[in-house]
Design a protein around this ligand. Structure first.
Ligand code: SAH
Ligand code: SF4
Ligand code: F3S
Length: 483
């Protein structure tokens, strides 16, 4: 596909810090692909599922280039941090990690240091000034170009790739962490302008992938044994609005609902999820399709951000609390067992105590299965960061603490409904804290633990669908025995 206005700035190298790149291991056989053998790589991923999906693709690219997965961050020949800047603490974490690697690079000039993701996009060349040891700074739109960018690095350049970029379809196979579940991007970027949010600035304009490309990727995954796929977009309800076409009924030809119908019959695929939903664009047609399509799981992640209409207006979210309520009512009318999760921000500029209490009330009223909570953090180049009515740190901390206690109490109440029920659990992996147990999730996305062996001694393997009788319930997980 053509690049639209791609811009890759190359910064002249600064001599000593830019010695020859990636070390070539002595000895050993080249990888089966025939690529030259390179050193080991290490990727640390911060942030959301988009970043995790990008990291898996970048790992796939590195392995196709001949890199092998390293065993730790402090000995790898190439270290890549895929970064997040959604809140200030996420960004600061990256700098502390980078400090340690910069130190290592001074002793070992062969180390290749890469910063990818949202901090890279936000900071660009400024990151090189701050950490001159870096070899490559690359924004999220450039993830699929990692090989080309690294070859520039190998020729002795320090590279910054942060230009607006038409995201290329990736022909490399991602290296997926799970053999059972996978993510598939359906729309990149975000065209919303929520006044607190840095995502549109770092992820760029919306770019929907074509349904045929999405289906092809999903078929490939199902053929490899993947049983559950989560379709990803920052605002997944926007899917298709940048693609051409109108139906005979006058609707846009490509919507999330159409996409779900288009991919639903893929053989071998057991479950389909999607995230993140936006209340402004969430349609009844989508709810009905979810209810009618058996593979689409009864779990909805619909951030509401605030329980107060004036705060929602200041956030430029484009819906009211009442609209949010109606969406949930409709979901529950069609799918009474559905679980609902959300994101919320407290201590937004100017939020009064009464407004904050409306957020608490809404959480209680809806009965969320899970809520990701955050105190407002001012972000560069966002309107809300410049407003004068910022709240004090102490208010942020107090509100967040009280909120978290409530969220846990409500989640515990929601978990109680599973007690003594038999749930279909898709087995994902061994419980990392107890090797005699496996873990998986219910259709409603509750993490569930259960014994790894059946009564007859046979061992269950990841990818199987098992019936688990729920015997213990906790706020965010369940345990039981095989039914
Ligand atoms: N696209 C999703 C959210 C992506 S960011 C949506 O529209 O809901 C994930 C979450 O981080 C957001 O839902 C929000 O709750 C939180 N968040 C984003 N910017 C923030 C900020 N400046 N301060 C605190 N939390 C923030
Ligand atoms: Fe950020 Fe709003 Fe876009 Fe979500 S919809 S990514 S909160 S701008
Ligand atoms: Fe963070 Fe970027 Fe995701 S800022 S939340 S990694 S889109």
């Amino acid at each position: 596909m053509p690049e639209t206005g791609a811009m890759t700035a190359t910064v002249p190298s600064e001599g000593a810090t830019l010695a020859p790149q990636t070390s070539l291991d002595a000895g050993g056989l080249p990888p089966a692909s025939g690529a030259p053998r390179r050193g080991s790589y290490w990727i640390t991923t911060f942030g959301c599922q988009m970043n995790k999906a990008d990291s898996e693709r970048m790992a796939g690219i590195l392995e196709a280039m001949g890199y092998i997965a390293g065993s730790d961050e402090h000995s790898a020949d190439l270290v890549l941090y895929n970064t997040c800047t959604i809140r200030d603490n996420a960004e600061q974490k990256v700098y502390s990690y980078l400090g340690r690697q910069a130190q290592r690079k001074r002793d070992n000039p062969h180390l290749t240091l890469v910063v990818a993701g949202c901090v890279a996009q936000q900071e660009g060349e400024a990151l090189l000034r701050r950490v001159p040891e870096l070899d490559l700074v690359m924004g999220p739109q450039h993830a699929n170009r990692l090989e080309a960018l690294l070859s520039q690095v190998e020729s002795g350049q320090q590279v910054v790739a942060t230009g607006e970029h038409h995201i290329l379809e990736d022909i490399t196979t991602a290296r997926r962490d799970s053999t059972v579940c996978a993510w598939v991007n359906v729309i990149y970027g975000c065209n919303e302008r929520c006044t607190y949010c840095v995502v549109p600035a770092v992820r760029g304009r919306e770019q929907s992938r074509l349904p045929a490309a999405i289906r092809l990727e999903m078929e490939g995954l199902a053929a490899q044994g993947i049983r559950e796929i989560t379709l990803l977009g920052q605002n997944i309800d926007a899917y298709g609005r940048d693609l051409p076409g109108i139906t005979p009924e006058g609707r846009r030809a490509h919507t999330l609902t159409d996409l779900l119908q288009h991919v639903h019959d893929i053989k071998g695929l057991e479950r389909i999820r999607f995230a993140t939903s936006h209340p402004r664009y969430f349609t009844e047609r989508l709810i009905d399709a979810c209810a009618d399509l058996p593979k689409v799981c009864e779990h909805f992640h619909i951030p509401f951000q605030s329980g107060d209409d004036d705060v929602l207006r200041a956030m430029a979210r484009g819906y009211t609390v009442d609209r949010y309520r109606r969406i949930i009512e409709r979901i529950r009318r069609r799918m009474p067992e559905a679980s609902i999760s959300a994101d919320v921000i407290v201590a937004f500029p100017g939020e009064t105590d009464a407004q904050y209490r409306r957020t608490l009330d809404l959480i209680e009223e809806i009965g969320f299965d899970l809520v990701n909570t955050a105190a407002y953090s001012p972000r560069p180049n966002t309107p809300a960061a410049t407003w004068p009515d910022q709240l004090e740190e102490a208010v942020k901390v107090a509100r967040l603490q009280e909120l978290n206690v409530l969220v846990e109490r409500i989640a515990r109440q929601r978990s109680a409904r599973y007690l003594d029920r038999i749930e279909a659990v898709l087995v994902e992996a061994v419980n990392p804290k107890d090797g005699s147990q496996l873990m998986g999730r219910t259709r409603t996305n509750r993490l569930t633990f259960f014994p790894a062996q059946r009564a007859d001694g046979s061992v269950i393997t990841p990818g199987e669908l098992v019936a688990v009788r729920i015997e213990q319930v906790r706020a965010f997980s369940l345990s039981g025995s095989l039914a």
